[in-house]
Design a binder for this molecule. Structure first.
Ligand code: ACM
Ligand code: ZN
Length: 758
């Protein structure tokens, strides 16, 4: 029997004297018992009736001595319990925690059994991972107050009650992953380790480490130093340098931490597309050989690996050799998503390779590359994972794992095609803000699509929650991850029907506190972290941004404040002293038509209304983000606007400010024509400009079309027409469909003409 503790907290669990079977939490609540709030919900849980186990100094922590895996788990638990002093041998008067692994025993694969009686806790796992999961459950049987905030230590004299309970539990899926994209925004090794610590508490067991993408290369490869000296850094639009990378020591440190937390780290090197950062470092791996800079915008870029070049293939082999040396994972992810074939179409070596290999299409060239890399991995005892596009580009070698991200239909197709599958549909893309993907929808997520026959369902390894980081940095990672990752963890672990209210009750009663005490800043369940809505007040002629925080602790910061008449303005959300990647940045440019009424020949789309009726004269210029709230958009029609200057002026120059974002179906106007009038009835065309400059297909740019008459023209009214470039061209995925015209301002320059303002 344990010695009577001096300060035993009266955890409410003591109040219960009923043995209850899982599945009846409502009954437990009705009887006043606090049902253990374990997440993910265990398969079977029976609450005992007796006095609780008391955890305090002198408790024995005993692992089967001949089992090093069990001893490792015991070491982990000892670390988690510190500063409680544990002994290695049972002693009279102190409780015992007994850990063991019984492979081939009565426990099914991946199962653990946890039994708490008055003076003994037994955790038995079918394997080391299962034992570790049992230990996680034990930690959740401790009250939330047991968790220690970072930098604090627990009261070493305090004892803690653990209710008598029998839990038998096992995972539904073996692959319960988290995808961290450290390419778009870098996370330090320390930050990655923290995520591993936290995910392991909820029995998530795969870290898919997305190490490379267009905007950054994060893995040091000694033979290719420019990958990190050049490819790991980018210069943002505001001139700041951002980036970072991992040395071999960083990687080893993360892997060691992951191993102790029973998390498998699966590295991803995205090939042959999403490779701009590497091409910036070594232009000869691309088809054109042209140098480029590490991009600062998001999306899909045309420059990809030149598969026809032996030197570029050698590059891929060198990178892979480093990956294999560093990472013991049985699986290596080689990407393969969103690979444009444009460059291969006009590349002599790529075309030559296609002929030599009898490949009919450029798409098959990617298939050839995937098979080549899969062969290399197989020879080294590893398995290739690819995004689901690899299924479309020629035959796949058996065993290749497909990660289906383009919805349940892709998951279904891949399962039926016979491949092992990781399901990562939109409901698991937790980079979507919680207003679009709320907690409840994540909780309802089922990785297995409807009506899959059992033999095909067997091939579903599991799922991954993805945190693509275009709009996630270390500053908002926590509130984006939590609490939604709890819902995901239950979705991939627990069997049986989802009980939303029960789940939410467990969160509110326990895990919000638990996570907060671990130093986690939880985000909203179903709202954006913050919203920003630009507007224009025609009375004060002021541009403003209505900013609404979606969670406590967010402060809105406008710089400069108050907003001046000209220059660049940022409106940012600040959390825990860090700026979140969600704000607005715009430029104010005063001109003659500032605040003048605008008459439009056709209204803009209800989806893209800018700051309202004065968008084109509000003197605010938006960013390259089409959704920033400064842009008006017209689909399939010209933009025609008439502006009343309210007084006569000498007009020298009229400029249309437009967005060109080809991938988003927004194409700069093909022509811009300007008319002026003294009376609003008789119009004089003063010039037209046609667009000649070639604009990029693969990133958004702002562009201007300018009309300057040979000399200033007196006028009161200004009329402009921006001609739609018409249907999307053949090279566009939406070829033949109408394109958009996006405008944020018509800038009128000149001198006040002496006429009086009415
Ligand atoms: C992906 O989301 N491009 C895999
Ligand atoms: Zn090529």
């Amino acid at each position: 029997m344990p010695a009577a503790p001096t300060r035993l907290p009266l955890h409410s669990i003591l109040a219960t004297c009923f043995a209850l079977a899982l599945g009846t939490p409502a009954l437990a609540a009705a009887q006043g018992a606090a049902w253990p709030a374990v997440v993910p919900r265990p398969e079977h849980l029976t609450l005992g009736t007796g006095q609780p186990f008391v955890l305090g100094n002198g408790v024995a922590l005993v692992a089967a001595t001949d089992d090093s895996a069990a001893r490792d788990v015991a070491d982990y638990l000892r670390f988690e319990l510190a500063p409680i002093q544990t002994r290695a041998e049972p002693a009279p008067g102190a409780g015992t925690i007994l850990l063991r692994i019984t492979p081939g025993g009565t426990l099914g694969q991946g199962s653990y059994r946890l039994e708490v009686i008055r003076d003994e806790i037994q955790i038995t796992g079918a394997d080391a991972d299962a034992l570790f999961h049992g230990v996680q459950t034990l930690l959740q049987l401790l009250p939330p107050g047991f968790e220690t905030p970072p930098g604090a230590t627990r009261d070493p004299e305090r004892a803690w009650a653990i209710p008598q309970v029998v839990i038998e539990d096992r995972p539904r899926f073996r692959w319960r992953g988290v995808l961290l994209d450290v390419a778009r925004h870098f996370l330090t090794a320390e930050q990655v380790k923290r995520q591993i610590t936290l995910m392991a508490r909820y029995k998530l067991n795969v870290l898919h480490w997305h190490l490379t993408d267009d905007q950054g290369w994060r893995l040091e490869v000694p033979a290719l130093p420019r990958l990190t000296s050049v490819g790991a850094w980018r210069t943002e639009e505001d001139g700041t340098r951002t980036g970072g990378f991992y040395t071999a020591d960083d990687i080893r440190e993360v892997l060691d931490h992951a191993r102790r937390h029973h998390v498998t780290v699966v590295p991803e090197i995205d090939l042959p597309g999403h490779l701009s950062s590497a091409i910036a470092a070594y232009p000869w791996i691309g088809c054109t050989g042209d140098s480029l800079t590490v991009p600062t915008t998001w999306g899909v870029f045309n420059d990809v690996l030149c598969i026809g070049s032996p030197r570029a293939l050698e590059f891929a082999d060198t990178v892979l050799a480093t990956v294999l040396r560093l990472f013991p994972s049985p699986w290596i992810h080689l990407g393969g998503d969103e690979v444009p074939t444009l460059r291969w179409q006009s590349c002599a070596p790529c075309q030559a390779l296609m002929r030599a290999e009898g490949l009919e299409t450029e798409g098959e060239l990617q298939g050839w590359f995937t098979r080549r890399m899969a062969r290399t991995l197989t020879e080294r005892g590893r398995t290739l994972i690819g995004w689901d596009e690899v299924m479309d580009r020629g035959p796949l070698p058996p065993g290749v794992v497909v990660q289906a991200w383009r919805g349940p239909d892709r998951t279904r197709a891949a399962l039926m095609a016979g491949a092992p599958i990781i399901a990562s549909p939109g409901e698991a893309y937790l980079n979507a803000p919680p207003d679009g993907l709320p907690l409840e929808r994540v909780y309802a997520f089922d990785p297995l699509p409807d009506s899959i026959p059992p033999d095909a369902a067997e091939r579903l390894l599991g799922s991954e929650a993805a945190f693509w980081s275009e709009h996630i940095t270390a500053a908002n990672l926590d509130p984006m991850v939590w609490p939604r990752l709890l819902a995901f963890a239950e979705a991939v672990w627990a069997r049986g029907p989802r009980e939303w209210r029960d789940f939410r009750a467990r969160l509110e009663r326990d895990h919000h506190t638990r996570l907060s005490r671990l130093g986690v800043t939880l985000g909203p369940a179903d709202r954006a972290l913050a919203t920003f809505e630009p507007g224009y007040d025609s009375v004060t002629r002021q541009v403003y941004v209505r900013a609404v925080p979606g969670m406590p602790g967010i402060e809105i910061r406008t710089t400069p404040d108050p907003i001046p008449d000209s220059g660049t303005v940022t409106v940012a959300a600040v959390l825990n002293g860090n700026v979140l990647p969600l704000g607005r940045r715009f430029t104010l440019e005063p001109h003659l038509a500032w605040g003048c009424p605008v008459e439009l020949a056709s209204p803009p789309s209800p989806r893209y209304q800018g700051t309202g009726p004065y968008t084109l004269t509000d003197h605010a210029l938006g960013s390259t983000d089409l959704h920033d709230g400064f842009w008006q958009g017209w689909l399939g029609t010209d933009l025609e606007a008439t502006i009343d200057l309210g007084r006569v002026a000498d007009v020298r120059e009229v400029t249309g400010s437009f967005l060109h974002d080809f991938r988003s179906w927004i194409v700069a106007p093909s022509a811009f024509t300007v008319w002026l009038s003294m009376d609003g009835a008789a119009w004089q065309e003063v010039g037209a400009m046609t667009r000649e400059e070639a604009l990029p297909d693969d990133r958004p740019v702002k562009m201007r079309l300018v009309v300057s008459p040979p000399s200033a023209v007196r006028a009161r009214w200004v009329r402009v027409r921006a001609r739609s470039s018409g249907p999307l061209p053949d090279r566009h995925a939406g070829a033949g469909r109408p394109s958009w015209v996006f405008a944020d301002e018509v800038v009128v320059k000149g001198e006040e003409g002496g006429g009086s303002r009415e």
